[in-house]
Structures are given as C-alpha cells and as structure tokens.
Design a binder for this molecule. Structure first.
Ligand code: SF4
Ligand code: SF4
Length: 127
C-alpha cells in the first residue's frame, strides 16, 4: 500500500514561531476546559490567568494572553521564547492545531526564500 497523504511543505522546528505571535489566538469553551484540565485549575482561574477579552466590532472574543518577545515584539504566553516552541503542545487550542490549514505555510515559504537568497540558513526577520 502506498502512502498518498500529502506531505507538509513546512517545518515548524526551523521557524521562530511566527504564528504564535498572532495577536488573536481564540480560546473557545472546549479549549478553556482543556487548558484548565492540563493545569489542574478551575475554569474561572484558567480563564483569568491565561486569557483576556478582545472586542471585535462590539463582539467579545476570548483570546490567549501574550508576553514580550525579542523576535516579534509580542507572542503567546505559552511560547518558550528561548527554545522557540509551544510549552503546552498537547493542550493547545483548536486554532493552533488547525494552523496553517493545509500542507503549506506562507511564512515558512517566506523565510526559506529569504534564507536561500541571503545565504544564511538561520536568518530570522526581526520585529
Ligand atoms: S509560522 Fe508556519 S512554520 Fe512557523 S511555526 Fe507557525 S505553522 Fe510552523
Ligand atoms: S498555545 Fe502554543 S501553539 Fe498556540 S499560540 Fe500559544 S504557543 Fe503557539
């Protein structure tokens, strides 16, 4: 039997975690429950500690809090800014699991292009 599943054209281990710097990482009720379970906290405490409300055209949206980051200026509070990876991989929200919604990641293609043209395999665009 041949493996016909399309392969991912990106490698998150070679990326400084751009998608985790998005300002709006939505936390739905199931995501909050997963986070609370992971940290053995009540829903109320997890919500207060890990999330904040963003107003989108008058509609409240619950999103992950951020922390300062030397590469992108600001990044998800759960991101390890030294190791450049998620610290709650098993408990991350659905939107993080789905991203980039296909076999390609536009940002990864961009940094690969820049790394090749600048002849620097570790090039990271600064904030
Ligand atoms: S921006 Fe793309 S390559 Fe970088 S961590 Fe996110 S999904 Fe992975
Ligand atoms: S929860 Fe993890 S994968 Fe999602 S934005 Fe934060 S660090 Fe990135």
């Amino acid at each position: 039997m041949t493996d016909s599943a399309p392969r991912n054209q990106y490698d998150c281990s070679k990326c400084p975690g751009y998608c985790c710097s998005y300002p709006r990482i939505e936390v739905k009720n199931r995501d909050l429950a997963r986070l609370a379970r992971h940290f053995k906290l009540s829903l109320e405490v997890a919500e207060r500690r890990f999330t904040r409300i963003y107003m989108d055209d008058g509609k409240p949206e619950r999103i992950l809090r951020h922390q300062k980051d030397s590469v992108y200026g600001s990044i998800c509070r759960f991101f390890d800014t030294d190791a450049r990876r998620c610290t709650i991989y098993e408990a991350r929200p659905a939107v993080c699991r789905e991203y980039p919604n296909g076999t390609r990641c536009g940002y990864y293609s961009f940094i690969q292009f820049e790394r090749k043209h600048q002849d620097d395999p570790d090039f990271i665009p600064s904030a």
